[in-house]
Design a protein around this ligand. Sequence first.
Ligand code: F6R
Length: 252
Amino acid sequence: MPTTISMSIQLHIHPSIDAAIKKVAQEIITLIHHKPDAVLGLATGSTPIPLYQELVRRFKLGEVSFKQVTTFNLDEYQCIDRTHPESYWNFMHRHFFNHVDMLASRIHLPGSRVEPLELARHCQEYEDQIKAVGGIDYQILGIGRTGHIGFNEPGSPMDCRTRRIHLDEITRQDAAPAFGDLLHVPTHAITMGCGTILEAKHISLLAFGSKKAAIVREAMLGPITDQISASFLQKHPSAAFHLDHGSAAELS
Ligand code: F6R
């Protein structure tokens, strides 16, 4: 059984990554059973891949349909085509959308080649689209080594909205293996803002492995600071961290 202790962020330390994934997938499926037109906020990166695999597995078993579900992804790299293997549009289709019954019209990601003159309108439109469907019911998050949620790098204010951001060098280094080398990693992305994310009705942050232990401790137990955007989750009324023993190692 996962350990749950009471504090501002709900803490779930699971016996394995698989157990964490199964729990979060079940929460999402239960939500969709109660609200077939649920609005999901989705993350990319290596952490949620097994979650998408589990949701696809449950879909193939006939246990859930995504036909009426609407999704908004957190972020997208800039200055690459969306068909680029590392674009988040491509990632999401490869790992999830292509394998379930999602309607293309209900899938939302920021554009990957947004012209400077279009930027403000594009970002406002993303915010408006989220509002138009009644906001995000369930937001999945990972956490970067800089403490970012979405791509809200250090210095992002708690009330910031969807916008273009310069990626931190640590974030770019972490992405370098996927792109072949650092030179090929985009320097900018469009990300939902901290304020946008914090408006989600429920937030589940997933973090696995000892490499995340230090930043998980800072985010959960450290001061609420714009240097670690995940620390803003301490202020959210319904935020949960789903960890394994590795990522929870520094919490005691
Ligand atoms: C991805 C995103 C990022 C990642 C974070 C962790 O859409 O917004 O915040 O969740 O960089 O990435 P992984 O899971 O690869 O460690």
